[in-house]
Design a protein around this ligand. Sequence first.
Ligand code: HEM
Length: 409
Amino acid sequence: MSVPVTPVELGYEPADPAFIADPYPVFARLRADHPVIHDPATDQWLVSRFADVGALLRDRRLGRSYVHVATHEDFGRTPPPAWQAPFHDSLRVQLIDMEPPDHTRLRRLVSTAFTPRTVEGLRPRVTEIVDGLVGAARERGEFDLLADVIERLPVAVIAELLGIPAADRPLLRPWSADMTLMFELARSEDDERRAVRATVEFSDYLRGVVRERRRSPGDDLLSQLVQVGEAGDRLSEDELIATAILLLNAGHEASVNGAANAWWTLFRHPDALAALRSDPGLVPTAVEELLRYDTPAPMFERWVLEEIELHGVTIPRGHEVALLFASANRDAARFADPDGLVLDRSPNPHLSFGAGIHYCLGAPLARLELAILFRAILERMPTLEVVAEPAWKPRFILRGLQALPVRLA
Ligand code: HEM
């Protein structure tokens, strides 16, 4: 009879800097011997294999939320304290936390204003922003690739898309960084208070912008969302504000971390970097492979709305599963040479943009931004090298570097 082990004994410690820096050996152990295992520390069931993660993302017996079908008490959960209401009220009307039929309705409305044509139309502007950022950094010679180049692009793009005045844009990233603290597994009460404060400030700010757009619409996405209608359907003001918050947050957090993680991967794989420099035609498949190799969003959670069984283990209603996307992306059962960086990997069915009804709405925009940015860095900074090994932020859910110091040799 095998001796029961806990994830922590296998090295699964989401608050441990060493785990955050390289969680992949732990994921390999989970996949091999414990494809589904309960973690008493987080009270979550960890699911690590590609086939299981993909199947559960599409399984309607699970949901991003349960508040549409049950109370906190039904699910054996303690309701969040009253002072957190601003955060949870906002989350409840964010697309990413909704379930059908509300999700279906809101996703259709938001997609109307967020079409592939809108995204393709951004190409010249994205190129212009990238050229400016890369040009300015090149002149400095030594800089932080993350703060000075990578981070500025998605923030500028999503803010322009929504029509946030340029002078207000520096507010966005701190609000987003604070709000998303609430999603971390190892968070303090201080983190939670910062998340709530940021939600209140962000919502108040956007309420002003939305009212302004109602009075005098522009050609930005927020104005379109104000007007969007479908058989008389409209977004309520709270939904509108929550949607803007989601787009602003989701629209840059993962892209920033994804791009910085990708460049750190490339610096650690000089042969791959050299190959990419000599053939920038590889950029589209390389972007996919880099997102697979080290995804910026390693784990997403789901609530079990109806009991499920996985590998002979029954997971009852009311429990939570942690779907380890980063582990699924390294599963040898789905990817040949899963720990290798294969820049022309095709097909590349990685799960970094999710799957099922919550599949990333911004994937075409993220792909466009990363491809234009990577090409410009490769072509206009051919001697770029890393100055020092970067440190990771103490975060697992939104896993990314603190800085990426580089110089032109
Ligand atoms: C490399 C960059 C990105 C990555 C890795 C990423 C990843 C993801 C993932 C994994 C999900 C699904 C979460 C789940 O199933 O629980 C998601 C959802 C979402 N993403 Fe992204 N994302 C990126 C960029 C963007 C951008 C640029 C935008 C917006 C402009 C965006 C907007 C959204 C939205 C609105 C959702 C919710 C969709 C829904 O619930 O129906 N994302 N993203």
